[in-house]
Write a protein that binds this ligand. Structure first.
Ligand SMILES: CC(C)(COP(=O)(O)OP(=O)(O)OC[C@H]1O[C@@H](n2cnc3c(N)ncnc32)[C@H](O)[C@@H]1OP(=O)(O)O)[C@@H](O)C(=O)NCCC(=O)NCCS
Length: 186
């Protein structure tokens, strides 16, 4: 099992809310199913390992599985929501790794909101929360070398190149990944 170790004796990850200036990260739930199904498109997954969800029932299954994993403490999967309007913006996550020490950050933002700083703010908030609340050695952030906005996010968090690797995504695309190492303290 790949548990995310909390500094507190016990943490209910499903009760966690992380507030930024413009966004709040709240545990993904069934109310986000339609947005996730509609917005997690081929274009969004171009540089990601997963492929788009084929149906609403796949989206519901993804949410249910994510919440079970949060309950078990193996990953954190948050909806990114605008504080002012409540609009769903995307998903930001931290996945436990087998060594229990190097959780992996991930993020996607709906296409219509790209370039508005929400990706940066979300990952920064989650990384800061992780630094304050979890026990780990460093976070990882794998990015395709051509995914410039995402590389900028990793680098702005002090990410340094840990390794380079080639992987096939679930859509069958070859990903030329740079894995950034994001330290405990900047
Ligand atoms: C990667 C992603 C989450 C970035 O989110 P975003 O909200 O659009 O990005 P931001 O507005 O926060 O910008 C992040 C940085 O990239 C820069 N940037 C944004 N769009 C850019 C573009 N098209 N070209 C170059 N730089 C860009 C921003 O200026 C910012 O850098 P800065 O702080 O140095 O100015 C978003 O593009 C996305 O969802 N992509 C599809 C899914 C994906 O690839 N996820 C990441 C997998 S590793």
């Amino acid at each position: 099992m790949t548990i995310l170790k909390s500094k507190a004796a016990c943490t209910d990850f499903l009760a966690v809310r992380i507030k930024g200036e413009r966004i709040i990260l709240s545990p993904i739930s069934s109310e986000h199913a339609r947005d996730i199904f509609c917005e997690f498109t081929e274009e969004i997954t171009r540089y990601m390992m997963p492929k788009p969800l084929g149906s609403m029932s796949d989206a519901c299954e993804f949410i249910e599985k994510s919440r079970k994993n949060m309950e078990a403490g193996t990953e954190l999967v948050f909806a990114i929501v605008r504080i002012d309007s409540g609009k769903f913006l995307g998903v930001c996550a931290l996945h436990g790794n087998e060594d229990h020490q190097t959780p992996e950050l991930g993020v996607w933002v709906r296409k219509s909101e790209h370039g508005n700083g929400f990706g940066m703010e979300s990952v920064r908030c989650l990384a800061e929360w992780t630094r304050e609340n979890l026990v780990f050695s460093y976070m990882t952030y794998p990015v395709d070398r051509d995914n410039i906005p995402s590389r900028k996010i990793a680098e702005s968090l002090g990410g340094v190149v840990l390794e380079k690797r080639v992987r096939k995504s679930a859509s069958g695309t070859t990903l030329n990944e740079i894995v950034y190492r994001i330290k405990l303290k900047r």
